[in-house]
Design a protein around this ligand. Sequence first.
Ligand code: HEC
Ligand code: HEC
Length: 204
Amino acid sequence: MKKAYLFYTLLLLTAGMALAYASSELQEGEGMEQPPGEEGQEDALQAFDKMMAVLTHKRCVNCHPAGDRPRQGEDSHYHNFGVRRGEGGHGLPALQCATCHQQENNDYSGVPGAPEWGLAPLKMQWEGLSRVEIARSILDPARNGGRTLEETVHHLTEHELVLWAWEPGVDANGVPREKPPVPKEEYIKAVKEWAVAGAPIPEE
Ligand code: HEC
Ligand code: HEC
């Protein structure tokens, strides 16, 4: 009984506050078209757009492919030398990623590098997925490596393989690789804003 009483009191209070807020908005003559809260959602969806412009970029998807072969370059062609995923994503025993990929880019040979260089597991494949599908995947513990939202945000904003995308070095011909279309700091801010707003995913 007590619990129910508390619940209804809180409900009334919340409703009252929402009404007060709504009428103050109306008095100011602004936000007429928008019920309160919707603006926040709109900001969150703008943050989503920025974040997904990065996640769908080839600097990420080349390493999150469907199948067992990494992709390379701006046209995402299959990786040279018959490189395959191998066990744990670090290559076949005879041809490990680390044979060529070091802890940092090698701008003489054009081999990109960062710590833990390896192929993302098949569960984390993003190639061929829409941005909405990718977003669902990174929020799904069955596919994202059992991460909570907080852990996913941490990975998205701090992991060295992710941040490499903004320091991608040059290719084997010495041509600089394209960076994602959103500057790093702006992307990091967008990921955090989106998460704080409850990580909303639009219909399309
Ligand atoms: C060199 C390869 C490589 C690149 C480049 C790369 N990733 Fe990954 N990514 C991986 C690997 C390997 C894992 C699995 C690591 C783990 O689970 O700890 C992973 C896991 C993830 C995860 C956690 C799992 C999930 O599905 O939520 C996220 C998020 C992620 N990557 C985002 C990105 C983004 C964003 C970019 C581009 C800005 C990127 N990655 C670029 C290799 C890469
Ligand atoms: C025999 C050497 C060698 C091995 C082994 C190797 N790579 Fe590479 N990799 C390269 C070279 C060279 C490039 C640069 C090609 C270019 O861009 O011109 C490259 C580029 C890449 C790129 C492209 C990055 C981009 O966005 O353009 C990815 C992703 C990648 N390698 C992943 C892997 C993974 C994962 C493994 C292990 C499963 C691996 N590589 C094994 C030599 C190698």
